[in-house]
Write a protein of this length. Structure first.
Length: 172
């Protein structure tokens, strides 16, 4: 498996992987909002092409992670999501490889902190903690148990405040 930057040749495969990863039981023909979100983020100013990564093996694209611009008050930070792994390849380390790659790339780009909404049982293995431990509040109070952050090398403790996703997150 190889982790590399997304190219225009990957767009259709990313959409298919994301749709498969987030498919709702009993709704096989409905496109998940996560697939729409990837397309909308890619078309926005918040998309960070250097932090849109794919996992590729002999089967093609089997996973994808997207980094986009977000803010804590007026400070730019990195939002991660969605993280998608095709169901046929889940549990094989694809998501782990993508997360390590995007965290390393974000650190190399001097991002101070990475924020995401997800299962703490999964993301804690990558050093994520509840964002409120860092004084970062979610845009939706009900997200608190799943709203997480991980500091990177450029983090300073004065980075505190209300988190804001890029505008495409508001539309989906």
């Amino acid at each position: 498996m190889l982790i590399q930057r997304e190219t225009s040749a990957h767009v259709a495969a990313i959409r298919a992987v994301t749709a498969a990863a987030f498919a709702r039981p009993g709704q096989p023909d409905q496109i998940p909002v996560e697939a729409t979100l990837v397309d909308e983020l890619r078309a926005s100013d918040a998309w960070l092409p250097v932090l849109s990564l794919v996992a590729v093996n002999s089967a093609g694209v089997v996973g994808h992670v997207l980094g986009s611009r977000a803010w804590v008050d007026s400070v730019p930070v990195l939002a991660i999501g969605p993280l998608s792994v095709h169901p046929d390849h889940q549990g094989r380390g694809v998501g782990q490889a993508l997360m390590h790659a995007v965290l390393g790339a974000g650190d190399a780009l001097d991002e101070p902190i990475v924020v995401l909404l997800g299962d703490p049982r999964y993301y804690s293995r990558f050093g994520f903690r509840l964002a409120e431990e860092y004084g970062i509040t979610p845009p939706v109070p009900e997200w608190r148990p799943h709203f997480q952050a991980r500091t990177l090398t450029a983090f300073t403790p004065d980075l505190r405040g209300r988190f804001k996703y890029a505008e495409p997150f508001d539309r989906v």
